[in-house]
Design a binder for this molecule. Structure first.
Ligand SMILES: [Zn+2]
Length: 110
């Protein structure tokens, strides 16, 4: 899963040393609460979209303001917002859901 943060997958903090396998990938988090929030958020995205894997997640925002995110899987994407409390998702809103415009290449043009 491609992510926009190099530190903690949820908040980008570089302190701490907490690892958890999410979606089959061992990811770095600053603490178990961030890991809970990230994992629950990933599960929520999968539930809402029906995706079985997520290619990319981009996160903006923080604990107090909530987080605006983008996720994609194959040709589909969602923009959404969420908040968490102690790692539990307290608010989750899909803002936009769609497909990328670049369709797969027509094999006849090869
Ligand atoms: Zn964190």
């Amino acid at each position: 899963m491609k992510r926009n943060y190099e530190g903690c997958a949820l908040c980008d903090a570089t302190w701490g040393d907490y690892w958890r396998v999410v979606d089959g990938e061992n990811m770095f988090f600053c603490c178990s609460i961030c890991a809970d929030a990230f994992e629950n958020m990933v599960n929520e995205v999968k539930k809402v979209t029906g995706w079985d894997r997520i290619d990319e997640i981009k996160i903006e925002g923080n604990y107090y303001a909530g987080r605006d995110c983008f996720a994609s899987s194959g040709n589909e994407y969602v923009n959404y917002f969420f908040r968490h409390e102690d790692g539990r998702i307290t608010e989750f809103k899909i803002k936009e859901q769609g497909q990328f415009r670049n369709q797969p290449k027509d094999p006849r043009n090869r």
